[in-house]
Design a protein around this ligand. Sequence first.
Ligand SMILES: NC(=O)c1ccc[n+]([C@@H]2O[C@H](COP(=O)([O-])OP(=O)(O)OC[C@H]3O[C@@H](n4cnc5c(N)ncnc54)[C@H](OP(=O)(O)O)[C@@H]3O)[C@@H](O)[C@H]2O)c1
Length: 346
Amino acid sequence: MLAGLPQMAGAVPGIPERGAVMKAPEVSRASSAPLTDAVTGAFSYSGAAIARELLAHGRQVRTLTGHPERAPAGSDIDVRPLAFTETEQLRASLTGVDTLYNTYWVRFPHGMTTFDVAVDNSRRLFAAAAAAGVRRVVHVSITHPDEHSPYGYFRGKAAVERLLTESGLSHAIVRPAILFGGDGVLVNNVAWMLRHLPLVAVGGQGTYRVRGIHVDDLARLCVDLGAGDADTVVDAVGPQSVTFRELVDCVRTAVGSKAVVVPVPGWVMPPLTAALGLVLRDTLLTADEYRAMADGLADSSAPSTGQVVLTDWVAEHGARLGRRYANEISRHFATTSPSSGRGEGR
Ligand SMILES: NC(=O)c1ccc[n+]([C@@H]2O[C@H](COP(=O)([O-])OP(=O)(O)OC[C@H]3O[C@@H](n4cnc5c(N)ncnc54)[C@H](OP(=O)(O)O)[C@@H]3O)[C@@H](O)[C@H]2O)c1
C-alpha cells in the first residue's frame, strides 16, 4: 500500500464484517435440488465473479447474456438470452429463480443504446422478475447515483434504483465506485497506456480520489446480501482510497514504465481521450466519466466492504497488467466478438 493512504474498515449496518459467517445461500434443506439464481452477464466481468461465488456456494446458476458464445467449455451455467423486449421469454427465463443478481448497465451511450434505453430495459427486467416470482434482487449500481446529476450515467443509475425500490421486490443495492481485478478495463488500460505511450496525461493534478473494490470482494458482498431479506443499500468499496495520480504512479512502477506522467488542464482530457479512442477504435474515457471522477464521485467515505487493497493488487499483477488493450466497444457493442480484449489475471 502507498504510504500515507487511509485504511478504512468497519462494520456496515446489516452486513456482517468480512470473515463473519452469514446466513449462507447454500443448497436448500427442504429439497435435494440446489436453488437456482440468475446472474446477468455470467461470462462478462462482475457477473462472472458473482456466478463463480454462487457456484462455490452450491447454487445452480442461470445467466441472461448477450454473449452466450463466451461460455467456457464444460460450463454448468444455464444460458438464456438477455432479451429485454421479449417479455414472455424474459419471465420464463426468471421462473424458478430465487435471487436475481443484476449487473446490467451500459457504460456509455453508443448507437441506439442510450442510458434511457438501459433504464427502460432495467424496468422490463424487474417487471419480469416480479412476474416470475423471484424472491430477491441484488442490484449492482454506482456510488453517488443522483436523479439530478449533471452526468447521464449517474442519473440513469438513480432512476434504476428508484424502479427497483418501487417494484416491491425484496432487494439489496450494491454501489461500487470502480472495480478492479479479473479482466477489468480501467486499471488494465492505464497500464496499457503507460507501457505503450511516451507521455501519459493526468487531468488537473490528479488529486481526485478513487475507491476501488476487487471484483471478487464485490461478488462475495453480493452473494452475502442475496441470502438476506431486508431491503439494503450499501457502498461496495475496498479498504483504500487513493488519488488518481497515486494510482497512475503505482501502476507505472508496477509495469516498469518509463512514460512521463504529465498533468494537463482538466478541459484537455475529453478531447485527448476522444482522439486516442479514435486511434484505438474504442471509447477510452468519456467526458462524463472524467468529470464525474474529477468531481469526487469515484470516492466514498463509507466503511470498507472489501479486503483487497488496490495498490497491493496492482503491485502483485504488474507483470500482466496492460499487455493487451481491453476494448469496451468490442466487448459490448460489436455484433460478433472475436476478441473481447480481456487481458488481466485475477
Ligand atoms: N466496471 C466498473 O469499474 C464499475 C464501476 C462502478 C459500477 N459498476 C457497475 O457494475 C455493474 C457491472 O459492471 P461490469 O463492468 O461488471 O459490466 P459487464 O460485466 O461488462 O456487463 C454487465 C452486464 O451488462 C450487459 N451489458 C453491458 N454493456 C452492454 C451493452 N452495451 N449492451 C447490452 N448489454 C450490455 C452485459 O451483457 P453481456 O452478458 O452480453 O456481456 C452484462 O450482462 C454495472 O451496473 C456498472 O454500472 C461498474
